[in-house]
Design a protein around this ligand. Structure first.
Ligand SMILES: [Zn+2]
Length: 67
């Protein structure tokens, strides 16, 4: 789970690897809410980000507060 450094919302990141051996390049991780580039990480493919549901966001924030 990642958190956007701009809008502060949590989102999921998954890596899509290409089958062809590629050059390892830094690929951007973009916030699915505001499109801000949160980070750049080395990947053989690219990073896919997806929004959480309102309920998942609520639970994430609750957990974050409680710990
Ligand atoms: Zn954002």
């Amino acid at each position: 789970m990642e958190e956007c450094t701009k809008c502060g919302k949590p989102f999921k990141v998954s890596e899509h690897n290409l089958i062809m051996p590629g050059t390892k390049e830094k690929e951007p991780i973009n916030c699915p809410y505001c499109n801000h580039t949160v980070d750049k990480r080395t990947s053989n493919g690219w990073w896919d980000t997806s929004k959480l549901s309102d309920k998942e966001i609520e639970e994430y924030l609750k957990k974050k507060k409680g710990e």
